[in-house]
Design a protein around this ligand. Structure first.
Ligand code: SF4
Length: 298
């Protein structure tokens, strides 16, 4: 018996026993069967740690992985099913956490301080650079006023910084403090960080891949503090931030723009310790910089 005929017979029967109205019932719409996931997606959902292990084994570089993750992020803020599958991992992707932090509208210094504190917590667990994560004593995040007008960016922590967990505390840091005081500034009014948050063994230069790995954290610090001015101390900071290949000597005495900040480049205090004759050039740079702030130095 087909269904129409059965319904007609049922209604006839109901009418025969005096039922003239039946309640209207909403039936749920049929649900389409879920699309079968592609084999790679299915594997990732079942094995969320697999991507990380692939990074560690060198099959996929962290930077490439992060770029891939970024390109998957929808601009609307709504996450796709594919992303939800990935974030169900025991260890959430730090990039997504960082993104959530910097997308906030900061209401003041306390809010910025909280965001920096959360970011420092993420950085403390970062192991993107295998060698640095294995050899560091601790991560060296950044220090200073979360609402600073001026941000200093150096190269990477040295032995003293690695031990104390603060940037620019060694001999070069002492020289930086003297420069700050001579400029009639206060160190605590400035926000200070580095291109890298972990010490390269033997104080070697940061490798490009390490700088690329850590760039997200540097950019997040800039986005949170929102400085008006940035001083890049040394070639590593200047070239990385500005995507430049020119030597610091060619980048001095001029302002560049990065996000909304004016950027000036000068020599690193460590370079001045090895080449004291370059101190006068840094002093010229600082006079140029302070004049921009309306302060004339002798
Ligand atoms: S240098 Fe930066 S990216 Fe590399 S392990 Fe340290 S915090 Fe992570």
């Amino acid at each position: 018996m087909n269904s129409k005929r059965a319904i007609a017979q049922l209604l006839q029967h109901l009418a025969g026993v005096g039922v003239t109205h039946v309640p209207h019932v909403e039936f749920p719409k049929p649900v389409k069967p879920a699309t079968k996931p592609a084999p790679a997606e299915k594997k990732a959902a079942l094995n969320p740690g697999g991507t990380e292990r692939a990074m560690k084994s060198g099959r996929q570089s962290p930077a490439k992985s992060n770029l891939a993750s970024e390109s998957r992020r929808p601009s609307s803020g709504l996450r796709s099913v594919k992303e939800l599958q990935v974030t169900s991992a025991d260890r959430p992707d730090p990039s997504r956490e960082v993104q959530a932090l910097v997308e906030q509208k900061f209401s003041g210094p306390t809010h910025k301080a909280d965001a920096l504190c959360s970011l420092a917590g993420i950085v403390a667990n970062c192991r993107r650079c295998d060698e640095l994560a294995t050899t560091r004593k601790q991560t060296v995040f950044g220090v200073g006023d979360p609402n600073a007008r001026i941000m200093f960016i150096g190269e990477a922590p040295g032995a003293d910084e690695d031990r104390q967990g603060e940037p620019f505390v060694g001999e070069a840091g002492q020289l930086l403090n003297k420069i700050v005081t001579a400029c009639k500034l206060k160190r605590e009014d400035i926000y200070i960080c580095n291109v890298l948050r972990c010490r390269p063994p033997g104080n070697r230069n940061p490798q490009p891949q390490e700088a690329a790995n850590c760039r997200e954290f540097l950019d997040a610090q800039i986005s949170i503090v929102q400085p008006e001015y940035i001083i890049c101390w040394g070639a590593v900071a200047a070239q990385n931030l500005l995507n430049e290949t020119r030597a610091v000597g060619k980048l001095r005495r001029q302002f560049f723009t990065y996000n909304n900040a004016k950027v000036m480049c000068t020599y690193h205090p460590s370079y001045l310790l090895r080449n004291p004759s370059a101190k006068k050039e840094v002093w010229e740079d600082m006079k140029f910089f302070m004049l921009e702030l309306g302060v004339e130095l002798a």
